[in-house]
Design a protein. Structure first.
Length: 218
């Protein structure tokens, strides 16, 4: 896909700073629009024998909301992020160890979960943990008349009759994680999937730009 094919897609402005935390093995603060998330990675580390896996590293994810009180929604986000990142990390290289991933919500103006997944991926890249691929998360909303809105604003997401979330890998653009809210047709799902898959190139391009910037600093 060339640059001409990407002209129809416009994502929220993305900004990232790596090495944001000095006491972690990798960290990234990412803003997508006005939503801001901080992710940090520690590991591979020694962990209790009861938590060890002889086949791969044990990934622990902690999501901290802005309110500070853990909720069922926070546990759901942790589960999504953990399952997504486990597909990307080459955990078989680090058996009997643990990798800790902490996600801190700083500002939420829509697209919090996609921003959290993307910041987690950037923090993992920064940590130097071996990965099969990187991942890009995107969201598509279905408005009241059935139109698709790529990366909706907070207001658009609030008014949407459905929201569809997709995470793709960087190698073949395969769907890694997908989950939905609301009601929609099968055709709408397929169209949203196709749009988000194409737009994922913009996220991967952003990752490359961030890595290039910091590799020059190093």
């Amino acid at each position: 896909m060339g640059a001409e094919d990407l002209k129809d897609f416009k994502l929220k402005p993305m900004k990232c700073e790596l090495n944001f935390l000095s006491k972690s093995d990798g960290s990234a603060i990412l803003s997508q629009g006005d939503t801001v998330v901080l992710a940090s990675v520690n590991g591979p580390l020694d962990i209790k024998i009861s938590s060890q896996s002889i086949e791969k590293a044990t990934l622990e994810v902690l999501f901290c909301s802005k309110e500070g009180k853990p909720s069922v929604a926070d546990r759901y986000k942790e589960n999504v992020i953990r399952q997504t990142c486990e597909t990307a990390i080459l955990g078989c290289l680090y058996p009997r160890t643990g990798i800790s991933l902490t996600i801190q919500e700083l500002e939420n103006y829509g697209g919090l979960l996609t921003c959290a997944v993307n910041s987690a991926c950037l923090a993992l890249i920064n940590s130097g943990v071996a990965m099969r691929h990187v991942v890009a998360a995107l969201c598509c909303a279905v408005d009241e008349v059935g139109n698709l809105i790529l990366e909706p604003t907070h207001q658009q997401a609030q008014n949407a009759r459905a929201k569809l979330y997709f995470v793709f890998d960087s190698r073949d653009k395969n769907l890694v994680t997908g989950f939905t809210e609301g009601s929609f047709s099968e055709d709408t799902y397929e169209e949203a999937l196709a749009q988000c898959r194409l737009a994922s190139d913009l996220v991967f391009e952003f990752y490359r730009d961030v890595v290039k910037k910091y590799s020059r600093v190093i």
